[in-house]
Design a protein around this ligand. Sequence first.
Ligand code: PNS
Length: 161
Amino acid sequence: MTLAVYPGSFDPITTGHLDVVARALTLFDRVVVGIAHNAAKSGHHLFDAETRLSLARQALAQLPGAEVDLVPGLLADYCRGRGATAIVKGLRNGTDLDAEVPMALLNRDLGGPETVFLAAAPAHAHVSSSLVKDVARHGGDVSALVPPVVAAALRQELGQD
Ligand code: PNS
């Protein structure tokens, strides 16, 4: 059984993330969306980890082979504990690549598996959790960028219901 861990903040999960999960499932038997702690973003999250987990679970409920979990510490340790075949990441552009390559190498040094990069489909290349939150905060329509459950959670969190 091959298992990939797809780590990130997922604050919140977007259609771009869902596309990466679906495509990773063509390569691996199981894909675990790992809600991990990004020290650089700590304190800046809109949703707490439990809410991000719950939203991702609801968004992925119909996708056989996908699961969602919290990654409490080092990603490499989590991957070893799960016997993961690979880490999966989506790349939208060169900025993503520059940020991801050092993490891929460091995760390998830390005893983690290889990182496999999937090129973001053009339809999703402009979608990021940060932009989604910005649009939502200003009352814009994010229904094409996030699953319905996330759009509803954004409205509620931002007091727009
Ligand atoms: O979506 P993000 O916030 O860019 O994802 C970054 C994330 C959460 C995957 C990264 O910060 C991470 O792996 N954090 C877990 C702790 C860890 O293992 N840090 C060392 C990574 S080389």
